[in-house]
Design a protein around this ligand. Structure first.
Ligand SMILES: *Cc1c(COP(=O)(O)O)cnc(C)c1O
Length: 407
């Protein structure tokens, strides 16, 4: 295998985001294939016993077992690290495997975690149910209120964990403020950047320590595979995450890594086009629901309480996802969904297809009524992922569905 890009860090560091996403981390075999090779191999064989012994002690470079290293997976990890501006990256089998690994690898009984209350349902389950079972205390706060972060800090606070923009209410966290605060107290910030992807937002630039992904979303971008990634300093990835990951095995399969590599080639284009379409569709929906007493939750629109901050943190686009609340509760939300002709009813996001869902009955159905109410996941809330279709067709579809739902 010959490394074709990334040989010279000073060259790759100067690349723009689109170049990084197409070229980063490419290795080529002796065949000189242009597209990355797919190495579906769980193990490796060696020329002699001394070679393998040297690899196991770490004296010689080289792969030993696919739970530890795989060439296709390594290409993806190098590419994501380059896109993120991180020293290192390791991938996992899903976004939730990435979140679980990013938290458990560094937490012990007696530690305390402060987490954003607005978040992906399974991320909230980690914080509310899993961590406390292992003696890790957790506090959930309104992540969009800066002073709540200060107030929640205890002497044993080890990690701040949040998403921005957050699922499904699109809350925006002031990353520079929260990460500076964390650093001043020796707290590690873990940012779930799934809604943005490195094409739109790079949390490390705002002082974050660890960035975790569901690569299932914008990185694959075509609704095909589950994947996750964790990025951070070489010290964090190699000394903290890797011992956990190598021995617990939440690894990404080489096939899924290869699919995500193909997805990344178009990430920059997709993320910007879908962001622009989400602004257009968001404006059209807001014009209709605002007079009817509905509510728009879209970081790219001036009506969002942290619009200026969102643009500062995501200057290339605020992402394909937004939410809106219809005044007529679940009945009206379901009527709107059922009247859609083009947009699919689906709880996935980041796909090239436009998808709409009702979070209260799907992604956030597992939470208690109180937790949902506190997060602002109301019965009238709908979340949309805007895809790559013609925006005019999307506007027409939603317009007709809103009329059918009595809006
Ligand atoms: C989808 C998602 C996850 C979980 O990712 P999977 O790949 O489905 O395991 C975590 N966080 C956020 C914000 C997500 O959107």
């Amino acid at each position: 295998m010959k490394k074709t890009t990334g040989m010279n860090r000073s060259v790759t560091q100067a690349w723009g985001p689109a170049t990084r996403a197409v070229r980063g981390g490419t290795w080529r075999s002796e065949h000189g294939e242009t597209s990355e090779a797919l190495f579906l191999s769980s193990g490796y064989s060696y020329d002699d016993a001394g070679t393998v012994a040297a690899r196991f002690t770490g004296e010689a470079a080289g792969m030993t077992y696919s739970r530890l290293q795989n060439p296709t997976v390594a290409m993806l990890e190098e590419r994501i690290a380059l896109m993120e501006g991180a020293e290192a990256c390791r991938t996992q089998a899903s976004g939730m495997a990435a979140m679980t690994a990013a938290l458990l690898c560094q937490l012990s009984a007696g530690d305390h975690v402060v987490a954003a209350r607005a978040g992906f349902g399974s991320c909230r389950w980690l914080v509310d149910s899993l961590l406390p079972r292992f003696g890790i205390e957790t506090t959930v706060i309104d992540s969009a209120v800066d002073s709540e972060w200060d107030a929640a800090i205890r002497p044993n606070t080890k990690v701040f964990f949040f998403e921005t923009p957050a699922n499904p209410t699109l809350d925006v966290v002031d990353m520079q403020y929260v990460c500076d605060l964390a650093r001043a107290h020796g707290i590690v910030t873990v940012v779930d950047n799934a809604f943005a992807s490195p094409a739109l937002q790079r949390p490390l630039n705002f002082g974050a320590d660890v960035v975790a992904y569901s690569a299932t979303k914008l990185m694959d971008g075509q609704g095909r595979v589950l994947a996750g990634a964790v990025c951070g300093s070489a010290a964090f990835i190699n000394d903290v995450l890797l011992p956990f990951q190598r021995n617990t095995g939440p690894n990404l399969s080489p096939f899924n890594a290869w699919v995500v590599l193909k997805g990344l080639e178009t990430l920059d284009l997709r993320a910007r086009a879908q962001s622009a379409a989400a602004i257009e569709l968001g404006r059209a929906i807001e014009q209709r629901i605002a007079p009817a007493g509905g509510r728009m939750l879209h970081p790219g629109l001036p009506s969002h309480p942290r619009h200026e901050l969102a643009i500062r943190q995501m200057p290339r686009g605020t992402g394909p996802i937004f939410a809106f609340e219809v005044p007529g509760g679940r009945t009206q939300a379901f009527a709107l969904l059922d009247a859609l002709e083009l947009i699919d009813i689906s709880n996935n996001i980041g796909d090239a297809r436009s998808l709409m869902c009702h979070p209260a009955s799907t992604t956030h159905a597992g939470l208690s009524d109180d937790a949902r109410a506190e997060m602002g996941v109301t019965e009238g809330l709908l979340r949309i992922n805007v895809g790559l279709e013609d925006v005019a067709d999307l506007v027409r579809d939603v317009d007709a569905a809103m009329s059918a739902a009595g809006l």
